[in-house]
Design a protein around this ligand. Structure first.
Ligand code: SAH
Ligand code: SF4
Ligand code: F3S
Length: 440
């Protein structure tokens, strides 16, 4: 009988891409995917610990598997990802969820087949986590979700230690992949029909710093831009402190680099930014945005914002509102500050009460949504190039895809168009999406 697997993924694109790698490894072992956990022979949770709610979801899920495991003792339950890189979360799983069979970390994904074998041979709970994940394992293949667009890791880890953030503790020190192997990977993707790549790193702007020769992120973009078949280049995430003039110039010049920049600001108050260890002020950020908009006038800028960092006063929060009104973001991910054990901010005594956080959060959304809508109004009656991505979940005749600026567009069309570029005339504007019809 064919063995089946389910991977449940939480967290960022890094995790999504790691799950694509695990899926490839499992299919090579003869497993087939299933969405139904009751059918699965192995269930893997690829976890995230960036905010508390991500963590709680995983414990909830693990708890709910107890019965299934009792009925199917051969079922393998594995937990990996960022949560398992912290000792506390690992111990919680080991103590409270004894039905978990395999625990592994973010830098030993390639060992999954061995870990499964070891568990099968010994019947024991296997724990394999590398705390100091400096090694880069190259050339792990992945079972990518789409053929026409792909994530490509260009670096791992983070050295920035923003005081609220746990990522530097889970993903280890920053290290860049060798540009030659990145280019080789993208070349191969292009030959396999990939048209859009998203280069991934916690701070792509500092790409190259750990290489033993001079090679920057702008240099990497220049090389990727030369690859035939690749038509769009995206990247995530850019730390404002490291966004160089060279990079802005490269973005403006390179035809395949999309007019979209995700530039997390986190907060508008320079005092809070300092306490967050972000290394820029509100003024620095605003100047940077002005420079980018001057160089690339039709760029869409998106961001991440945290509300209720310890010590955030109403005045500080007003600075955030002022900043979002001045930048006029195209979209934003907004988060309630979440205390993460082991980070500097978690030790602060001046934590903001939950009701205050929630109330500020709502005011922030109320300020930003009309701006998103007004920005989208610029697309009314315009013709945009869209890479068709998928059929709408609710209506089979409706397709969706994205513009170069990252806007989600809905339109009527045949599913054969998935993976192709179409020209869409925009007829309707919403806060988060655009609607239109195919003109070619
Ligand atoms: N490396 C990226 C993003 C990493 S995490 C960057 O620096 O931009 C993604 C987002 O989660 C962060 O940008 C931040 O807004 C949010 N985040 C991280 N830690 C958080 C915490 N403790 N509470 C709330 N939001 C957090
Ligand atoms: Fe976290 Fe800051 Fe690193 Fe981003 S740059 S991963 S927010 S420490
Ligand atoms: Fe979460 Fe780890 Fe990504 S903590 S946001 S999955 S790097």
């Amino acid at each position: 009988m064919t063995k089946k697997y389910t991977i449940v993924t939480y967290g960022c694109q890094m995790n999504e891409h790691d799950s694509e790698k695990m899926s490839w490894l499992l299919e090579n072992m003869g497993y087939k995917p299933t969405e139904n956990k009751n059918d699965a022979n192995i269930i893997i949770y690829n976890t995230c610990i960036v905010r508390e709610n991500a963590e709680l979801k995983v414990y909830g899920q693990l708890g709910s598997l107890k019965d299934l495991k009792r009925k199917k003792p051969d079922l393998i339950i594995a937990v990996c990802g960022c949560m398992m890189q912290t000792e506390t979360a690992r111990n919680v799983v080991l103590d409270k969820y004894k039905h978990v069979d395999i625990i592994f970390g973010t830098s030993n994904i390639h060992k999954l087949p061995q870990l499964i074998d070891r568990h099968n041979q010994t019947g024991e709970t296997i724990v394999d986590v590398v705390e100091d994940n400096r090694e880069i394992v190259e050339d792990i293949s992945s079972n990518r979700k789409y053929t026409f667009k792909a994530f490509v890791d260009i670096m791992y880890g983070c050295n920035n230690f923003c005081t609220y953030c746990i990522v530097p503790y889970t993903r280890g020190r920053e290290r860049s992949r060798d540009p030659k192997s990145i280019i080789r990977e993208i070349d191969q993707l292009a030959q396999d029909g990939c048209k859009e790549v998203t280069l991934l790193g916690q701070n792509v702007n500092s790409y190259g710093k750990t290489l033993d020769y001079h090679f920057t992120f702008a240099d990497l973009l220049t090389e990727v831009n030369k690859i035939d078949g690749i038509e769009r280049i995206r990247f995530m995430t850019s730390h404002p402190k490291d966004l160089s003039d060279d990079l802005i110039a490269a973005m403006a010049q390179l035809d395949k680099v999309c007019e979209h920049l995700h530039l997390p600001v986190q907060a508008g108050s320079s005092r809070i930014l300092k306490a967050m260890n972000r290394k820029y002020t509100k003024e620095d950020y605003l100047k940077l945005v002005e420079k980018i908009k001057r160089a690339i006038p039709d760029i869409a800028i998106t961001t991440d914002l945290i509300v209720g960092f310890p010590g955030e006063t109403e005045e500080d929060f007003q600075e955030t509102l002022d900043l979002v009104k001045r930048v006029r973001y195209d979209s934003a991910f907004t988060f309630l500050y979440s205390k993460r054990e082991g980070t500097i901010a978690a030790k602060k005594e001046n934590q903001v009460p939950d009701e205050v956080k929630h109330e500020r959060f709502q005011r922030l959304l109320d300020t930003m949504y009309p701006i998103f809508y007004e920005n989208n109004m610029k697309y009314q009656n315009k013709v945009v190039e869209v890479l068709v991505e998928e059929v709408s979940k609710n209506n089979k005749d409706i397709l969706s895809g994205r513009t170069r600026t990252g806007k989600l567009v809905h339109f009527q069309g045949d599913k054969d168009l998935i993976g192709k570029f179409v020209s869409i005339k925009i007829t309707e504007i919403k806060t988060f999406t655009l609607e239109g019809f195919i003109i070619q």
